[in-house]
Design a protein around this ligand. Structure first.
Ligand SMILES: *Cc1c(COP(=O)(O)O)cnc(C)c1O
Length: 390
């Protein structure tokens, strides 16, 4: 016999998933509705309406796709790309690399523009790529590169992309509801996100948004979308006025998304962004106060995901194991070349609060002490608090 499932309460401070608010969890324990029940149609309308507000867009085509953030990535690429299309992808970490992989599978001719992990793509690089390769259909960039903690500036690149009559595609999986994405303000033509980062719902839905220009590209395709499941020309008929069955919507996940969007809008987007910037900044000051080095320069450093260099002689896995066992705190390890070299500390959505900043800095101090790194006693918390009281 199996025992009843009874997971330990964790504090999720890794690169996602983040902690989920009690009312979001509770929403998932409410009765199921059918996917065509008039009450569920109301839930769908609320979700689309609130997603537009959080994306800061008027885009009609704004819906949650079934699947995690990667399904959002595939949705944007499979619907916009046809075989032979030229696509520029910015690669400065794992998720840029994943976009290259997905675009290639769509039959695109992929031109990569690269920056070292830990840095951002420069507008001049995008400009050079577009000048060298006439007729590029879209340029894709990761806004918040979760593998490194880099914030990719978008405004100048957006102008360049549109001067060359290409579409701007943005991965906002870790930026949406953490820092401003501003779809309409920046002029992003298509964008996708995921529910388990700063949106703080469980993993399982991928909000996407397309403006009219991008929607027209989909409507004027010559070939069918290679993926039946992610084909927006059909899915739009379910989320649009026709309410035509395509696949069964993940009902409970939509309850959770609706509730977390409601909480975000009740707090106010500007307040949500300010909370991430203030507490992320405090955490970073605290880590520096402990004598640790941050991977990313301040001007392109994300508040919701901080990569911190692991001191020499300190074992990555041991520290993370102890944080989890002794304090219930989960943080992430490094990826790629940074495996064993950095920790990735998340302060996303519901996890982004002052208690977690102070607790994490104290816990890290004590765990590091038993692993051969002695930070000045209380220096981390003191530096963080100084930053908070300013
Ligand atoms: C997490 C993440 C993804 C992938 O999302 P999954 O939910 O893991 O499929 C894509 N892009 C970025 C920037 C991410 O942080």
């Amino acid at each position: 016999m199996y025992s009843e499932l009874n997971p330990t309460q964790r504090i999720l401070m890794g690169p996602g998933p983040s902690d989920v608010a009690p009312t979001v969890l509770r929403s998932m324990a409410t009765p199921l509705l059918g996917h065509l029940d008039p009450q569920f149609l109301g839930v769908m309308n609320d979700v689309m309406d609130m997603l537009r507000q959080v994306f800061q867009t008027e885009n009609q085509l704004t819906i949650p796709m079934s699947g995690t953030g990667s399904a959002g990535m595939e949705t944007v690429f499979v619907n916009l790309i046809e075989p032979g299309d030229k696509v520029v992808v910015g690669v400065k970490g794992l998720f840029g690399q994943r976009m290259v992989d997905v675009a290639k599978r769509c039959g695109a001719e992929v031109i990569t523009v690269e920056a070292p992990w830990g840095r951002a793509i420069e507008p001049s690089q995008v400009k050079a790529a577009l000048q060298q390769h006439p007729g590029v259909k879209l340029v894709a960039l990761v806004h918040a590169e979760t593998s490194t903690g880099v914030l990719q500036p978008l405004a100048e690149i957006s102008q360049i992309v549109h001067e060359h009559e290409a579409l701007l595609v943005v991965d906002a999986v870790t930026s949406l509801a953490g820092i401003e994405v501003g779809i309409d303000k920046i002029g992003i033509d298509a964008c996708y996100s995921g529910t388990q980062k700063c949106l703080s719902a469980p993993p399982g839905l991928a909000p996407v948004t397309f403006n009219q220009k991008a929607a027209a590209v989909i409507a004027n395709r010559k070939q069918l979308v290679q993926s039946w499941y992610l084909d927006l020309s059909m899915i739009q008929n379910y989320w649009g006025n026709e309410r035509l069955y395509h696949h069964t919507a993940p009902i409970t996940m939509n309850y959770a998304l609706r509730e977390t969007l409601r909480l975000i809008l009740a707090e106010g987007l500007e307040n949500v962004y300010a909370r991430h910037w203030t507490l992320g900044g405090a955490l970073q000051k605290g880590l520096e106060g402990m004598g640790l080095k941050l991977l990313v320069d301040k001007d392109i450093r994300l508040p919701e995901l901080t990569a911190v260099t692991i001191p020499d002689y300190v074992d990555d896995a041991t520290v993370r194991k102890q944080l989890l066992a002794q304090y219930g705190i989960e943080i992430g390890g490094g990826l790629g070349a940074f495996k064993g070299k950095v920790w990735r500390v998340g302060l996303m959505g519901y996890s982004c609060n002052q208690r977690n900043v102070v607790l994490f800095l104290s816990a890290l101090e004590s765990v590091l002490k038993t692993n051969g790194y002695q930070a000045p006693v209380g220096a981390g918390v003191a530096a963080a608090m100084e930053n908070l009281q300013k």
